[in-house]
Each structure stands twice: as C-alpha cells, then as structure tokens.
Design a protein around this ligand. Structure first.
Ligand code: COA
Length: 260
C-alpha cells in the first residue's frame, strides 16, 4: 500500500508506523488521519503484525498537533464532525486496537499529537520530548479524546492545569506524571521500544487482546470491568494459546503460541 504521509515497515512482526510530514512537524491533516486509519486496518488483519510502534519522522516532532491550517475557518458543526470522525477513525481505533500499540514519542507531542500518543496502549519518550495540550491557546479545547485520556493518565488536577495553561511538560516531568512509562536517549528510542515489543511477543497475543479489552472496559461508561474480566478470563480457557501455554509450563519447556 502506497502512502504519502506515513511510512510503514514490518521488522520481524513489529510494524513501525512513522508519521512523515517533517516540514509540518508531522501535523495531522485529514489525509494523514485517513492513511493511519488504513495502515491500522491492514495491520489488524495481517497475522505478520504482532505489535505496532507509532512514531514521527526526525528528532524534532512526534506530531505537533492537528493541522491548524485545515480547521481555521470551520463552523461549530464542522468542528463537531472533525472531532467525531477523527475519534472513530483513529484515536478510538488505536485505543481499542487488538494488538499492542506503543507510542515512541520522539519530540513535540502537542494537541492531537499527544492525544494520539495517549490513545496508544503506552508511551516511551526520548529525553528531548515535549508534551502538552495547547488547544485553549487557540480558543478551542482538545477534540481527539484529550479531555478524557489525560486525566485518566495523570489525574484530574494535573490535566486541568495542563489544559488550562496550554503549557508543555518535558519528558522527565511526563515520566513523573505517569504520562510516559520510560524515557531514553533519542537515538535509543526505537530500539528501546522494540525491546519491549519483543518481550510482549513472547506471550500469547490472543491473551493480550483479551487483556486490552478488559483493561479498556474500566474506562467505558456503564460497563462493569470486573464482569468483562470474568468473561474474557473464561474465554481464554477455550484458546489454543492457553492449551500451549499451560502444557509448555507443565512440561518445563518454552511456549510456542499458535496465536489462536
Ligand atoms: N498545524 C499546522 N502546521 C503546523 C503545526 C500544526 N499543528 N505545527 C507546526 N506546523 C508547521 C508550522 O506552521 C511551520 O510551517 P511553515 O514552515 O510552512 O511555516 C512548520 O510546521 C514548522 O513549525 P515552526 O512553528 O516554524 O517550528 P518551531 O520550532 O518554531 O515551533 C512548535 C515548534 C511545535 C512550538 C510550533 O510549531 C507550534 O506551536 N505548533 C503548533 C502546536 C499546536 O498548537 N498544536 C495543537 C493544534 S490543535
């Protein structure tokens, strides 16, 4: 599949998706969101893809936000459509993706960029990364899930302050805030993320998909996450991966999960 705004490369089961609009600091325009949607849709079906690493081209920016030039003259109705379409096509799609998605935050992650990183299952940042939700400085609010996911990750008070001040925090503060799990040197960022991906890939990806559903259910209104856990736990007993995992353990050998 040919893309104009993103690059994709499968490295032994780890699909790296790189947002590639360096002249615009990888800002998310409509076409880029569409291409990301297509790349994730393909990755969902592709059995050769086990884990996705999402990053941005260069060392300056992960994604410097939604493309401001595209929505500067929007009406309230168009604004609502932009947020709704983006959330369903990309941000919720990534958050509920059945395979692990790691955001490797390699520079500015602002506005829609931080919202995209927060939609990923967890984040690793380079020590030059800067994160923030500057929307109120433009007279809008975050529209791609930022008002919901930031408080879930950093707590309500910190999220309030970040959104109200429209300020940026650096990688170490993001680590202290639990916004990112790890901070490393820029040149080590991809290798560091790949090492985590390889650890994940030793486990049952079927069980991991079930865990993603159970964990995410905690954040869905009107859903009892404990009930979802019970149901997903029970379903695991019917998988080939469970058969292989338990038999490998009992026979003191390494599991070779079939992924079913
Ligand atoms: N949308 C559209 N274009 C963007 C962009 C965005 N979110 N962020 C950066 N760009 C563009 C700039 O307009 C500039 O384009 P130009 O060279 O054609 O003028 C190019 O990317 C480089 O950005 P520039 O501002 O010159 O780089 P800088 O190093 O001086 O500043 C930032 C970097 C990230 C601080 C600054 O670009 C910025 O504040 N961007 C907007 C962040 C934002 O508010 N995002 C939330 C959007 S809801």
């Amino acid at each position: 599949m040919e893309f104009e705004n993103i690059l994709t490369e499968n490295n032994d089961g780890i699909l790296q998706i790189t947002i590639n609009r360096p002249k615009k600091l990888n800002a998310l325009n409509r076409d880029t969101i569409e291409e990301l949607h297509q790349a994730f849709t393909k990755a969902k079906e592709d059995r050769e893809v086990k884990v996705v690493i999402l990053t941005g081209t260069g060392e300056k920016a992960f994604v410097a936000g939604a493309d401001i030039s595209e929505f500067a003259d929007f009406s309230p109705e168009e604004g609502r459509e932009l947020a709704a379409e983006g959330q369903s096509k990309l941000f919720d799609f990534v958050a509920n993706f059945p395979k692990p998605v790691i955001a490797a935050v390699n520079g500015f992650a602002l506005g829609g960029g931080l919202e995209l990183a927060m939609a990923a299952h967890f984040r690793v940042a380079s020590d030059n990364a800067k994160m923030g939700l500057p929307e109120t400085s433009l007279g809008v609010i975050p529209g791609y899930g930022g008002t919901q996911r930031l408080p879930q990750l950093v707590g309500k008070g910190r999220a309030m302050e970040m959104i109200m001040t429209a300020g940026m925090i650096d990688a170490n503060q993001a680590l202290q805030y639990n916004l990112v799990n790890h901070v490393c040197e820029p040149e080590e960022l991809i290798e560091f993320s790949e090492n985590i991906a390889r650890k994940i890939m030793k486990n049952s990806l079927v069980a991991i998909s079930a865990a993603i559903r159970a964990i995410n259910s905690n954040f869905e209104d009107g859903v009892n996450g404990f009930e979802v856990e019970i149901s997903e736990f029970g379903n695991s007993f019917g998988t080939e991966d469970f058969e292989e995992g338990t038999s490998a353990f009992l026979n003191k050998r390494k599991a070779d999960f079939p992924g079913n």
